[in-house]
Write a protein that binds this ligand. Structure first.
Ligand SMILES: Nc1ncnc2c1ncn2[C@@H]1O[C@H](COP(=O)(O)OS(=O)(=O)O)[C@@H](OP(=O)(O)O)[C@H]1O
Ligand SMILES: Nc1ncnc2c1ncn2[C@@H]1O[C@H](COP(=O)(O)OP(=O)(O)O)[C@@H](O)[C@H]1O
Length: 176
């Protein structure tokens, strides 16, 4: 019999520019520091194909297919904790992500005050006018969607936290 704890997954969610990707990467580093076999997946990379099907602007169906395959590979390789960075707008989407990873899925939302998000986006998309405009508009809109939907188990307020502190707060919030 194995002494291994059951495998678990975590979705780090939040509006565009909230710091999902940065936090998820830092969570992976903390887990590695603690000797826990883990993998981090930025869901954005699992949906970067063109064109997207009609009615599926964020390529959700392809994201889920890719995630199912990649997660299985990681579990087979001995990963014990899978950390995802991405957006689940509804409880139904959350359930589809859980089904795709095939294990318990905790969801932690990173909440950052919108003016701070805007400043970060202005830096990240410097010199890319159209991209910046889209992200600035979407950040407030998606923040409201996530606030109303309450898809998450826990929220971490990361407005004043540096990335490693966000990661530590996320791990504490989900009790990992
Ligand atoms: N519902 C839903 N599902 C999936 N993804 C969502 C959704 N809503 C918004 N987003 C966010 O949309 C952002 C688009 O990122 P892209 O890299 O594809 O676009 S772009 O190249 O920057 O224009 C990318 O933003 P960032 O979070 O800032 O990376 C996605 O996370
Ligand atoms: N806690 C933080 N403090 C300061 N800047 C941050 C923090 N987290 C992320 N950033 C920066 O803000 C921008 C958005 O972060 P990113 O991880 O890409 O967010 P998301 O994946 O939610 O779009 C990036 O330029 C990143 O370097």
């Amino acid at each position: 019999m194995s002494n291994r704890e059951p495998s678990r997954a975590l979705l780090v969610t939040g509006t565009v520019g909230a710091g999902k990707t940065s936090a998820a990467e830092a969570v992976g580093e903390l887990l590695a520091d603690a000797g826990v076999p883990n993998a981090v997946i930025d869901l954005d990379w699992l949906r970067q194909s063109w064109p997207t099907p009609p009615g599926d602007p964020f390529n959700l169906e392809m994201t889920l297919r890719n995630l199912r395959a990649v997660a299985r590979n990681y579990w087979d390789a001995g990963v014990e904790r899978l950390v995802l960075a991405g957006v689940a707008e509804t409880g139904e989407e959350r359930e589809r992500y859980r089904e795709a990873v095939g294990v318990d899925l905790a969801v932690c939302r990173i909440r950052v005050e919108i003016p701070v998000v805007h400043r970060r986006l202005e830096r990240r998309h410097e010199g890319q006018e159209a991209d910046l405009r889209w992200h600035l508009d979407r950040s407030g809109q998606l923040d409201r969607i996530l606030t109303d939907a309450q898809v998450e188990d826990v929220v971490v307020d990361a407005t004043d936290l540096a990335v490693p502190d966000v990661a530590a707060a996320v791990l504490k919030a989900v009790d990992w």
